[in-house]
Design a protein. Structure first.
Length: 351
């Protein structure tokens, strides 16, 4: 498959519009076209060791969950390891694609996979995603009715000259037995102030104005983190055993909530793959599950009676790659070979 065809399919599998605003997702390194992709190589982190593995296995495109290019590169030399990744990729005509928080948000993504470590449960996103392209334009909808006068024509002319105005329409309307004109428009927050300023110059226009905030609808089962309700409450020790089994870890880090023990029941668990403090904070649950949290956020959770399980950052993400391989194989109609890195691993080990 051509690289651009594969990238289009990957974007269709999970829309890049779901990424967090601070993230750097999509195609990060592109060899000169045409570029055929026969082998897609999956990794959680693209280290130099993993890059050598990809070269050895003749990968044409690397899908690295974490973006290897995050902060801007001012040069591409042999000096730093991230620059060397770009050099090696281009030398061997390997593209690099990163989904990161896109895969956190999608219903069939990393956080959904992480919930499977809790046992039978139902889950909802902790911070739901909104539809990226609806409404199409503007943050506010404005409607007002006015007499058919020259003053209205003057106001409409001035509104048309404003920036960030869309969907401006006029329709005849009968209000309290009088023939009038109903005006409606969409506008940005900034333009709203200017529209209101214009209308406020005429009290009849201003007092008949309605302003609606345009809110994008929530996407079902899509968003950051998950709040999971177990079908049956189980002890904290049982949940820990399930998590370790699912993540294939011999050890986890545990902070037991104030007033709780290993035998305390867990009914609700809030989780977020990777570094979940900002998503989990303030959520009412019996347990927080994530890769890493700051010392003070752990103390806050424990003081509120919430136990915390930390598994190290990428250990809460990497196991998803095997599931992803199967999903992408089907999505790409089995046209290319998809392999998972054997060298990719969490940098932190128990010594």
């Amino acid at each position: 498959m051509d690289l651009r065809e594969v990238v289009s399919a990957l974007n269709d599998f999970a829309s890049l519009s779901l990424a967090e605003s601070w993230d750097n997702v999509g195609l990060l390194v592109e060899p000169s076209p045409p570029h055929t992709v026969n082998t897609l190589f999956l990794t959680n982190d693209l280290t130099e060791e993993v890059m050598e593995e990809a070269v050895h296995k003749k990968a044409d495109l690397i899908l690295s969950y974490h973006p290897p290019i995050f902060t801007p590169l001012k040069r591409v030399t042999w000096k730093t390891w991230k620059e060397r990744l770009v050099v090696r990729a281009l030398e061997h005509r390997i593209g690099i694609y990163s989904p990161h928080t896109v895969y956190d948000a999608i219903p069939h993504g990393v956080n959904n996979w992480l919930t499977k470590g809790l046992g039978a449960c139902t889950s909802v996103p902790l911070r739901p995603s909104t539809a990226p392209h609806y409404p199409a334009e503007g943050t506010h909808h404005v409607e007002f009715c006015a007499d058919n006068t020259e003053h209205l024509d003057e106001v409409l002319s001035k509104i048309k000259d404003l920036k960030e105005i869309s969907c401006l329409t006029t329709l005849p309307a009968r209000v309290e037995g009088e023939e009038q004109t109903r005006v409606s428009l969409n506008c940005s927050q900034k333009a709203l102030l200017e529209v209101v300023a214009l209308l406020s110059q005429n009290s009849l226009l201003y007092h008949k104005t309605e302003i609606l905030l345009l809110q994008k609808p929530l996407l079902p089962h899509t968003g950051m983190g998950r709040l999971c309700t177990l079908s049956e409450p189980v002890s904290l020790s049982d949940i820990i055993a399930r998590i370790k089994s699912h993540l294939k870890l011999p050890h986890i880090r545990l902070a037991v909530g104030m007033g709780k023990t290993l035998e305390s029941p867990v009914k609700k668990a809030a989780l977020c793959a990777g570094s979940g403090s900002s998503i989990l904070k303030g959520t009412e649950a019996d347990l927080y599950l994530t890769g890493e949290m700051s010392h003070h956020d752990v103390l806050d959770a424990v003081a509120n009676g919430i136990s915390v399980v930390l598994c190290e950052h990428s250990n809460t993400e990497r196991g998803f790659l095997s599931e992803l391989r199967d999903m992408l194989a089907s999505h790409l109609h089995y046209k290319i070979n998809i392999i998972v890195s054997e060298k990719d691993r969490d940098p932190l080990q128990v010594a």
